[in-house]
Design a protein around this ligand. Structure first.
Ligand SMILES: Nc1ncnc2c1ncn2[C@@H]1O[C@H](COP(=O)(O)OP(=O)(O)OP(=O)(O)O)[C@@H](O)[C@H]1O
Ligand SMILES: [Mg+2]
Length: 234
């Protein structure tokens, strides 16, 4: 599998805090990789460093091209989609307008059309002409994920998509992840809980205190009680 995204020796400082302390990570073309870890270990910081939202030290490449130091919009344009933790919709715009804002160029669709989104999430279709502000919290989360997909990324970084969702919506997120992968888009999934990550990922990383402390397959992580006890379970 060809590497799509690589991080080697990535460090990040926020103020006087040394948050990421030498992170190595790769995501292959079309691969689903999860980044797991407890609260505060640096998972979101890693996402922001990749997206150019925090100045990283070290090497980050995407499609063999160095991207560390580029602006967030340049990194997005190169094909990296990002769904941050603090998902936000434009409440006064309609559902459809929110989705259209995700397009790289107005009116130009890639792998994802509006109808694909509405087929996966009929609730969004039924409310496509309503302001996004009337959607439930869970539906707004789906909308922000779908808006990112409208930009036709080759890799999408999704920070805790199931956080705070009811089981039924967690299932829907799982189906969306499957569908993203089916279309050949790679995913870097950040999660705390293992359920979704173990089901969908081919490979997982566990982060502890700004470093990668485990890398392996879901089966290897299941079998490794030490890592689970020390770095994941609360
Ligand atoms: N702006 C900031 N100023 C100071 N410290 C920060 C700042 N942002 C993050 N940190 C610290 O960096 C560490 C990593 O934060 P990060 O948001 O990456 O964690 P996380 O793994 O995503 O966990 P969670 O999402 O549960 O908070 C935490 O200890 C946090 O307190
Ligand atoms: Mg976080």
């Amino acid at each position: 599998m060809t590497d799509l995204l690589t991080l080697s020796g990535v460090h990040t400082h926020i103020g006087r805090y040394h948050i990421l302390q030498g992170v190595d990570l790769t995501v292959g073309e079309g691969e689903i990789v999860s980044l797991l870890g407890r609260n505060g270990v640096g998972r979101s910081t890693a996402c922001k460093a990749i997206m150019g939202l925090l100045p990283p030290v070290g090497r980050i490449t995407f499609k063999d091209r160095p991207i560390a130091g580029l602006r967030p919009d340049q990194i997005a344009h190169a094909g990296v989609g990002y769904v941050p933790e603090d998902r936000q919709v434009f409440p006064a715009l309609t559902v459809r307008q929110n989705l259209e804002l995700g397009l790289k160029r107005a009116g130009v669709f890639g792998r994802w059309k509006l109808d694909d989104v509405f087929a996966l999430f009929p609730n969004l279709g039924a409310r496509q002409d309503n302001p996004a502000g009337v959607l439930s919290g869970g539906e707004q989360q789906m909308l922000t994920m779908c808006r990112t997909l409208m930009g036709d990324p080759d890799l999408v970084i999704i920070d805790e998509p199931t956080e705070g969702l009811a089981p039924k919506l967690v299932e829907q997120v799982g189906r969306l992840l499957d569908e993203i992968a089916r279309r050949g888009t790679a995913i870097l999934l950040v999660e705390q809980k293992l359920t979704t990550a173990l089901r969908t990922s081919r490979r997982l990383y566990v982060m502890g205190h700004g470093r990668i402390v485990f890398e392996g397959t879901p089966a290897e992580l299941k079998a490794n009680e030490t890592v689970r006890k020390e770095w994941l379970e609360v």
